[in-house]
Design a protein around this ligand. Sequence first.
Ligand code: CP
Length: 303
Amino acid sequence: TKHLLGIRALTREDIELILSTAEQFKDVLQRPVKKVPSLRDVTIVNLFYENSTRTRISFELAEKRLSADTINFTASGSSVSKGETLLDTVNNILSMKVDMVVMRHSASGAPHFLAQHIPAAIVNAGDGINEHPTQGLLDALSMKQALGTLEGIRVAIIGDIMHSRVAMSNIYLLKKMGAEVMVAGPPTLIPPYIQEAFGVKVVYKVREALEWCDVANVLRIQLERQSQPLFSSLREYNLAYGVSRRLLDGLKKDIFIMHPGPINRGVELDSDVADSGHSLILQQVENGVAVRMAVLYLLAGKN
Ligand code: CP
């Protein structure tokens, strides 16, 4: 069975195939009837052990646009609270003739564990601090549309790199596609090994990153993954590392602004930047549906 567990295991050709398939589905989504019959014989469970707005709705919409049958499972309100294990939960759902599992979990590696124990195809919708592959792919599609190519573009990823599966999937993908990557933020939120291990540039001043890049992907501070705060206060974070209108006005060029959402307005990103003409944030969300259609379609072997 084929899975999408992370960008790390994909080749450049795999990524190009997913992005070109997503571009075709983008055309489908512009039509009056936004639906194709491709997966009408496929049943998919969306298994969310961690909160989500965009990813969960986007996968469900992608499945419906492909005519798949869908089931939504969220851990809260389920028998997880009675002590049922992940594997028991999934095996029970699969026994009802479910073919594919889309899964979000707070534990890094949870979908990889599941892939070793169940026969169904698994799509990772975010596992702990490890990867969020469909976010990396929708970010790539958004950058490709804005800049015409991924080859040679300069991408700054700004903020809480340490706890970010979005940063990891973006770094894996962008490096494979020939982009240049810089990370920027507080030293406490940037892993010390990242430059050597992944070939990305590191700076600790957001202004430097903005002056260097074509596109800035700004990340939320993930307080839910920090047992102890790694900076003094959100107000001070905004003053030292927030992306503001004033910072952008000081640049000698225009850059594109991205954010995976949810935004903490006034912390990592000011509202007048998030809502500006150079923001790709809602295009990212729009592209998410086409990218997830492409991933599900290719994994189901319908091409
Ligand atoms: N970008 C993203 O994963 O958002 P959600 O957590 O709302 O799905």
